[in-house]
Design a binder for this molecule. Structure first.
Ligand SMILES: Cc1cc2nc3c(=O)[nH]c(=O)nc-3n(C[C@H](O)[C@H](O)[C@H](O)COP(=O)(O)OP(=O)(O)OC[C@H]3O[C@@H](n4cnc5c(N)ncnc54)[C@H](O)[C@@H]3O)c2cc1C
Length: 481
């Protein structure tokens, strides 16, 4: 046997490393980490804001740095998993070696960006942000770009549109009626817009933006496998700038539309009036956008290919991914999975749902390790699966999302939203049904995260408070004491 260990973890992103680190604290047995990327992502400075909300920094470490901090761990990088045989407990690797595990394996291969339709035609002008290599490529291409189209409406597109400077124009193409729809509702989007999110006036001073990431490793070589995914504040460590330095671009949003076709200058159907641009996007709404560069951020697809026919996978309608139970067990004995690659297939707590986020990758990796080390299924379940909780920064505002913050999965006729807005300062929305709080969106420094978390978890009846629940002169904590 080429490589052998009691436990094998595949993937050097947040999920894989959190699995390795937790396993290392629970067992003295040998652990082998196999990662396509040369460096791994380690979480540091963990800051527990509330019981459910966690913030942390992310650092890149080399294989030897990680080995030093985890005795019993061997790290093999720059090699990818090609196939898995759960019966033989074997993995075939891209360099021809076979790795064998005695107890269990955890698959943390992450996800890959969805391709923009027609992008094969202009691969060099369409960029997808996922890892360090793609950021380096973006920085290079921006050097001569005047007009950039950003496609997508999630966190990556939102952060990029806010951060990108030094180009004349940005066209932001979203398929929804409002911006940042993967995270917020039209009311919160309106709050951002009226706070000047897309204008020079709305730019926050750098010190108000939370910095959480250290990147040190990218050397610019072409890799066989994508690196670990970027995460919060990746942009704050780089100059994401076009030729005009820090000049604020004009930003136009194309709402409720998608890219239908990508045309290159020289194509027979390239519209002549856009001849000054190397490419044109034809949109479903009939508009044509000439530009130098497209950044594609329309979501990800879990890296499940090597496991088709071997493990149970969720179908595309469900959202794809390796199906796992609450102990992160897949359909094959001894095979666990965590992070962006999985589809959470267990009867979930009412106020938790899966979203492919850094925090969930970390929680899942650590949960997988606990289950791997305690296979009798007596493993403790992480509290984080009780309540969806996410903290991030959009347009310079702190954004906290708790529980069913957009009424996810609830019958729309059964809930109402209680909203308080102080323009340019804060936006608070509570989702209330039968007198109980089920979710919250807190934008700005509201200092309400702990109270809202408790209200959701304890399901206290707040109907007696009525609208006073969000009255700044009423101290809700006192009321419940
Ligand atoms: C630009 C960007 C911004 C983001 N912003 C946020 C944010 O603000 N907040 C947030 O919570 N989340 C954010 N995310 C999402 C977050 O980064 C991911 O959910 C999280 O990092 C997933 O971790 P993971 O370990 O599952 O996967 P990854 O980090 O993708 O790691 C997968 C690992 O597996 C390796 N690998 C892949 N295939 C193979 C193979 N065949 N064999 C061996 N190794 C393999 C890769 O090299 C990598 O090391 C963002 C993502 C991106 C791309």
């Amino acid at each position: 046997m080429d490589l052998q260990a009691s436990y094998i973890v595949v993937g050097g992103g947040i999920a894989g490393i959190s699995c390795v680190e937790t396993l290392n604290t629970l067992t003295q047995e040998s652990i082998l980490l196999i990662s396509g990327s040369d460096v791994v992502r380690v979480t540091t400075n963990i800051n527990q804001l509330t019981q459910a909300l966690v913030q942390f920094d992310v650092e890149e470490k080399t294989a030897s740095e990680l080995e030093k901090s985890c005795p019993g761990l061997k790290v093999v990088t720059g090699v990818t998993l090609v196939s898995l045989d759960p019966e033989l407990k074997q993995l075939k690797l891209s360099d021809g070696r076979v790795a064998c595990y005695e107890r269990s394996v955890c698959l943390c291969l992450g996800a890959s960006p969805k391709k923009l339709c027609g992008s094969e035609n202009a691969a060099d002008l369409v960029l997808t942000l996922r890892d360090m290599e793609s950021v380096a490529s973006l920085m290079e291409k921006l050097k001569s770009a005047k007009k950039v189209a950003v496609v997508g409406n999630g966190g990556i597109a939102t952060e990029l549109v806010y951060t990108l400077k030094g180009v004349q124009d940005i066209v932001w193409i979203v398929r929804d009626k409002h911006i940042s729809a993967a995270f917020v509702d039209p009311g919160a989007a309106q709050f951002f817009m009226s706070s000047g999110a897309l204008t020079e006036a709305g730019q926050k001073k750098p010190e108000t933006i939370i910095k959480r990431l250290t990147y040190k490793s990218f050397k610019g070589e072409k890799k066989e496998c994508q690196g670990a995914a970027l995460g919060p504040d990746w942009h704050s460590k780089f100059n994401i700038q076009g030729p005009a330095g820090d000049q604020m671009p004009n930003i136009k949003v194309e709402y409720e539309t998608e890219v239908k076709k990508i045309l290159r200058r020289g194509d027979s159907d390239f519209p002549k009036k856009h001849n000054e641009w190397p490419m044109v996007l034809e949109l479903v709404n009939g508009n044509f956008i000439g530009c130098d560069l497209v950044v594609n951020a329309i979501g990800v697809v879990p890296n499940c290919k090597p496991f088709e026919g071997i493990l149970e996978l969720a179908d595309a309608q469900l959202g794809t991914g390796i199906k796992i139970d609450k102990g992160m067990r897949t359909s094959a004995p001894g095979v666990f999975a965590a992070g962006d690659i999985v589809f959470a297939d267990w009867p979930k707590e009412k106020h938790w749902f899966q979203m492919r986020l850094w925090t969930q990758a970390r929680q899942m990796g650590s949960q997988a390790a606990r289950s791997m080390a305690t296979p009798s299924s007596a493993a403790m379940f992480d509290f984080s699966f009780e309540l969806f909780a996410h903290v991030t920064t959009f347009f310079g505002f702190k954004v906290v999302l708790l529980g069913l913050y957009n009424g996810q999965g609830m019958d729309p006729s059964t809930w109402e939203a209680l909203v308080r807005v102080t323009p340019g300062k804060e936006f608070i929305k509570l989702i209330i049904s039968n007198g109980k709080v089920h979710g919250a969106v807190l934008i700005g420094n509201t200092e309400l995260e702990e109270t809202c978390e408790n209200l959701i978890l304890n399901q206290l009846d707040v109907s007696a408070l009525g609208d006073d629940l969000l009255n700044p002169d009423v101290d809700i904590e006192d009321y419940f004491d």
